[in-house]
Design a protein around this ligand. Sequence first.
Ligand code: 5GP
Length: 254
Amino acid sequence: MARRRQIYEGKAKVLFEGPEPGTLVQYFKDDATAFNNQKRGTITGKGVLNNRISEYLMLRLGEIGVPTHFVRRLNMREQLVREVEIIPLEVVIRNVAAGSLATRFGLTEGTPLPRSIVEYYFKSDALGDPMVSEEHITAFGWANTQDLDEIMSLALRINDFLSGLLLGVGIRLVDFKIEFGRLYNGDDMQIVLADEISPDSCRLWDIHTGDKMDKDRFRRDLGGVEEAYQEVARRLGILPEGGPRDLKGPQTMQ
Ligand code: 5GP
């Protein structure tokens, strides 16, 4: 079998050349890293679950008109995506104080924020993803003010929609990280949601118990990482109990 050309290998995913021009295959690994690669491990089955969860969330976002790079899932670990020019920013949206925000401002984890906060970090492993302002972003040419308006508006829409969707299955969307890319069509350029949305890139807390259902279980050695990811998929109705054909819709919680 001909080997596909690998375009990029990241911490949790590999990108291969896609079957048609302008497409890529995104392969989800079980590898997990934290603290800028200082902690490494494997979460068995994570790639399969993240592939499904990200597919589900991108499809739902697509249905409300949020443009995404997602085309279709190919198999357990791979999805076909449009090739985009990645904007080198990690866009973090926060609803509740946690993680680096709680540390930076001495806030108690779990304190609701007066309104959602959007932050930008420059994507650079070598520099440890430093936080940047709109001034840095425009001055260094990573995006212009129009791009940033679009990114901010999409980020807030995505946050509103996902917060509601997850709340419906008993999960609080505490914060999450997304990435955007530029999709070119002739002279037109559109900013689209890229990368993935999964428990690797979100903080997800059970609304009743406050239990963490995300990568913080790995980062903070809390155990039960696979089970937490599975529970997110189960609640979204995308973890088949009787085999892959037995797919149910989301389980609405009171
Ligand atoms: P914090 O800044 O509190 O560490 O992270 C905020 C949110 O963004 C968390 O949900 C975290 O999972 C996500 N996040 C921040 N940086 C990264 C990153 O480099 N990779 C991934 N997968 N998620 C990130």
